[in-house]
Design a protein. Structure first.
Length: 108
């Protein structure tokens, strides 16, 4: 993935996470947690910030990173930030992660 894309990884956060998302500061550290037993999406990667789950990596991203996150042997963290209002208006995305310095390579 190009560096500009790696700095803008979307977090999918439904209504169940909206209050947690609102409580996050504008910049935060996110921890990625694989959820291979997720009933709806077997390659799910949860995003934890502020001690709570705030959403998931978008499916098109998580399928490329879940195995690497699971195999890392230690928590995988990265910077996160609130999306710009224009991001939210056009895609509904409220949070973005920065994978620029992540040591994991995508599976594809």
């Amino acid at each position: 993935m190009p560096e500009s894309v790696l700095g803008r990884i979307p977090v999918v956060a439904g209504l169940a996470y909206s209050e947690r998302v609102r409580q996050l500061p504008s910049s935060f550290t996110a921890t990625l947690v694989p959820e291979p037993d997720n009933l709806y999406f077997p390659t799910a990667v949860a995003v934890i910030a502020g001690g709570s789950k705030v959403g998931y990596l978008a499916p098109e991203i998580s399928r490329d990173y879940q195995q690497g996150v699971a195999a890392a042997g230690a928590p995988v963290s990265c910077p996160g930030r609130r999306a710009l209002p224009s991001d939210h208006e056009t895609s509904g995305v409220e949070l973005l992660l920065d994978f620029t310095n992540l040591t994991l390579a995508p599976e594809r």
